[in-house]
Design a protein around this ligand. Sequence first.
Ligand code: KG4
Ligand code: ZN
Length: 362
Amino acid sequence: MENGLLVLGIESSCDETGLALVRADGQAVPRLLAHALHSQVEMHQAFGGVVPELASRDHIRRVLPLTEQVLRAAQCELAMVDVIAYTRGPGLAGALLVGAGVACAIGAAMAKPVLGVHHLEGHLLSPFLSQDPPSFPFVALLVSGGHTQLMRVDGVGIYQLLGETIDDAAGEAFDKSAKLMGLGYPGGAALSRLAQTGDPTAFKLPRPLLHSGNLDFSFAGLKTAVMVQARRMVVSHAGAGARDDPAAFGRLPTSQQADLAASTEAAIVDVLVRKSLSALQQSGLQRLVVAGGVGANRVLRRQLGEASRQRGLRVYYPEFELCTDNGAMIALAGAMRLQAGCAAANTDYAFDVLPRWPLGFS
Ligand code: KG4
Ligand code: ZN
C-alpha cells in the first residue's frame, strides 16, 4: 500500500468523545496523525457521576465537529480514510450507539468499511503509541473507572485473563472515596493531589485479597473502611450532628484530610503493585504495561518504578494524555487488529454494541 492504511477512530463508551486518525504502514506500529477529545466531566459533575442519557446526547453534539477537527489537524479529507474503527463495547449502551451509529453512517455514505473495537483492547495497546513502546509478550494491568484486570498479552488479539476485581474497580475506589471527602467526580486525580501532603501510614486501611493466593482484586470493603474513618474524624471534630453532613469532611484540618487521602491511595496502590508483581512472577514475564485512567497516578508509577528497578523488570505506560479514554487508542487497536489479520473491517453496516463484553479470549 503506497500511503498505508488510514484509520479513523471513534470512542464514545462513557463520558469522553474521542476522535483520532492513525496511519498503518506495512507491519510497523501505526503512527498517530491527530487526535481530539471532548470531556463531559464538567457536565456530569453537578450530578456526582455520569448521567447516561446526558452522555449520549453530548456525544451526538461533539462527534462530527471533532471528526472535522482531526481531519483538519492531519490535513486529510474524509474521502482519504480507509477504515472507520469505533468502540463497540463495553460501556454505556446509549453512548456506544452514538459512536457506532456515526461510524456506520459515515462508512455507508463514503463506501468505507467499519470495524468495532473492544474499549479495553484500546487501553492495553495504547502504550504502542508512546516514545518507548513495549514488545510482546507482556502482562497488562488495566485500571480504569470501570475495570481492574490483569491480562497476559502474547500478541494482538491473544489475551488471557489472569485476575480481575470481584466488585469495585480501582478507579471506582478512588472515585467513591473522593466523593466521601467532598472532592467531586471523578475524584481520583483530586484525591491524589490532596494525598501529596498527607501521611500514607496515618490510618490502617484494609488491603483486600492481598494474600488470597490468586490475582483477583476487591475494593468495595476499602471504600466502606474509608467511610467509617471519615465519619469518625468528622464526629470527633464537629460532634455527632455532623456525621452525615457531606461538607463536614472538608472542614477538617487540611492535614487530617490529606492523611486519609494518602492512606486511601496507599492501600489501593499497594494492592495493585503487589498483584502486578505476582502476575509477572507467575507468568515468568519481565514486561508490565499499565493502562487506563488510574495509570496516571503518580504514587502507582513511583512504586512500580522502584519495584521494577530492584527486580530488573520494565514498566510501560501510554503517553500521559492517552491514559484516560481517547480516540487514538481505538484507531490504533483497529489498525493493529487489521495488520495482525485477526479482524476484518466490514461493509454491511448492521452494527450492534456490547455494553458488557469480556476481553478474555485468546
Ligand atoms: O480509563 P478511564 O479514563 O475511564 C474508564 O474507562 O473508566 O479512567 C477513569 C478513572 C477514574 O476513576 C479516575 O478517577 C481515575 O481513572 N483517575 C485517577 C487519576 N487520574 C484518573 N485515579 C487515581 N489517580 C489519578 N491521578
Ligand atoms: Zn477507559
